[in-house]
Design a protein around this ligand. Structure first.
Ligand code: IP8
Length: 246
């Protein structure tokens, strides 16, 4: 089974509020059709969920956030999820909508429910989950990022491979020269040691990738603008991207 995160920066135009990147979504769907293994998809919020969570000052930390904010962020993620589901259906993939409320209770994963997800994927359906705002308890809500969902699912389901689809080629050692770091091994895992130039978003992804690779799972960062690289990574071919060796 392969676990794939479609980053918000590739499925939406991150700088244009509430603007999906239909072209990227469709091209990715066409490539995913070539994969003959069970897959589970998680997608991010991009200019949908992130746009509204910034507006309403909502974060991953549980808090008594504005109720209207909770409603709007949740709604925007359902809308984005719907667009992905529609594209997958159009390209003859069989998506299975999987809001994180189906397998989370507060910030705790429901292990029994998560174990069922692989069984769904093995039927040929493609479970599709997404970052969302969730009920925490005690009048509080929190943002659960798609990256965190990747870590949660990887730990329990032990996929053969975890792939983060981004809008860059992978991890660069230097943003100016765009020198790509091809492989990060366990002993090189300290970001400061390898001198990676990262944005906040990228550093969170790297953290999650490091965690997943500790479960002995190889993690790939690939560019979703060249979605054939997703297929190359899965088929074990040479490809452009960064691998965190598990
Ligand atoms: O894009 C965040 O998911 P991410 C989703 O994976 C929301 O960080 C609701 C902002």
């Amino acid at each position: 089974m392969i676990l794939i995160k479609l980053g918000g920066s590739i499925i939406t135009h991150k700088l244009k509020p509430l603007t999906p990147n239909f072209s990227a979504i469709n091209k990715i769907a066409i490539q995913l059709k070539k994969i003959k293994e069970p897959i589970i998809i998680v997608h991010g919020g991009g200019s949908f969920g992130h746009y509204w969570s910034v507006k309403y000052d909502m974060h991953t930390k549980p808090s008594k956030y504005n109720k209207k904010g909770v409603a709007i962020v949740k709604n925007s993620m359902v809308e984005l999820n719907q667009l992905i589901l529609n594209s997958f259906l159009k390209h003859n993939l069989n998506p299975y909508c999987l809001p994180p409320t189906d397998f989370m209770l507060g910030n705790k994963p429901d292990v029994r429910k998560i174990k069922e997800i692989t069984k769904i994927a093995k039927t040929g359906l493609i479970p599709i989950s997404y970052g969302d705002v969730l009920w925490y308890g005690k009048n509080k809500f929190f943002i659960l990022s798609g990256d965190r969902i990747m870590g949660i699912l990887a730990k329990i389901l032990q996929p053969r491979l975890a792939i983060f689809v981004l809008n860059v080629d992978g991890v660069y050692t230097d943003m100016k020269t765009k020198n790509l770091l091809r492989e990060i091994k366990g002993e090189e895992m300290s970001i400061s040691k390898v001198g990676i130039d990262v944005t906040g978003g990228m550093s969170r992804k790297i953290q999650e990738a490091k965690l997943i690779s500790k479960y002995k799972i190889n993690v790939f960062f690939v560019n979703g603008n060249k979605p054939e690289r997703i297929v190359s990574a899965i088929k074990g071919k040479n490809f452009e991207g960064t691998m965190f060796r598990g």
